[in-house]
Design a protein. Structure first.
Length: 63
């Protein structure tokens, strides 16, 4: 398993910050979420109604 933030190998055993290698990388990833860096990869279960409608209209446009 690699740290999603820095790509370094991550320890899983006794690692409270997994899948990250350190608290620093975990906080960086958290910051990315806050800044909506990862919005496009959000699971559909966690988006609000307006975002859902936006995705639906995009799918129609692609088709
Ligand atoms: Zn890391």
């Amino acid at each position: 398993m690699k740290c999603p933030t820095c790509g370094e190998p991550t320890k899983w055993k006794d690692n409270p910050d997994r899948p990250f290698c350190s608290e620093r990388c975990r906080m960086i990833d958290l910051g990315n979420w806050v800044n909506e860096t990862y919005t496009v990869s959000l699971p559909l279960t966690d988006i609000d109604e307006s975002a859902e409608q936006r995705i639906e209209s995009q799918e129609e446009f692609d088709a």
